[in-house]
Design a protein around this ligand. Sequence first.
Ligand code: 5GP
Ligand code: MN
Length: 337
Amino acid sequence: MNFDDIQAVKKLLSEPQKILIVPHKNPDGDAIGSTLALWHYLRNRGQEATVIVPNDYPKFLKWMSGNEYILNFERENTQAKSKIDAATLIFTLDFNHLGRVAQMEEPLRKSTVPFVMIDHHQEPSDYATVMYSDPSMSSTCEMVYNFIEYLGDTQAITPEMASCLYTGIMTDTGSFKYASTTAQTHRVAAQLIEKGAESSEIHHRVFDTNTPGRLHLLGTALNNMVILEDYKTAYITLSQEELDAHTYQKGDTEGFVNYGLTLEGIIFAAIFIENRDEGIIKISFRSVGDFSVNEFARNHFGGGGHNNAAGGKSDRSLQETAAYFKSLLADYSEKLI
Ligand code: 5GP
Ligand code: MN
């Protein structure tokens, strides 16, 4: 964050505001962790603040402090809309363009109040008055820590905030494994542990929450995996029928896509998940090394993300989507070596 932006935020926060904090649709650990940490921080400073999520999120994220005060735009629509109308300042966290909040896009676009973006996705669009965008960051949670540091306030980080921030750093780095994890990421995590984040307990709460249904669904996903050695690619499909057969709950497929990359020699992995309600196939892409799944998702599946983790969607059927995906690979053969 540059000096002018820090001053601008300090000025905004020196007056009483009605603040909205908004993460992307289908919020993940980084989205919920960063918004709740910022919510605690602003409220502890005496500001009125509300987190509004575009839609629901997995149960393994619902233990974080402040969770019960989050408004769900889909479920608590009237209340959420009136909060948006009344807002005097809006923070958008963990996404780079307003299309990522789906149904919330329209009311947010209508708002004329200042926007502050804190985000680590590539190619941010310029809707925000203050833009703290840095794609080299491991996570938005690491950036919220920095943001609080820029405001000279790290002493204000409570154990609750530290746990929220630790959660997002942990989930977005694949437990400190992905290439986005820097020495500074570890330094921030260490600070958070010192400030009261219980790392072992957080790992347990997020990752040790399997149900028999989820493990069996993982079995189906692994059985469905197609390995294309020539393209160093592996992909998984899951139909709505298969999800239903395993009493699918939101979040159950989290992390499945990564299994492809655990195969020796595979550098590109994808998962295609049918969502009959929305009439789409939701896609996740992962890579190791230089192959940019952000570019791939942008070019072919109306999505984006980061170099090594991105998402998108398709309006075709599951089979057609997989066939289309396969047909694209020949054009990337030089990059998939
Ligand atoms: P995931 O595959 O875990 O849903 O998402 C991986 C990364 O890609 C995340 O940073 C997420 O924000 C981003 N992402 C996922 N789906 C989409 C999408 O449909 N559009 C864009 N622009 N980014 C996405
Ligand atoms: Mn993130």
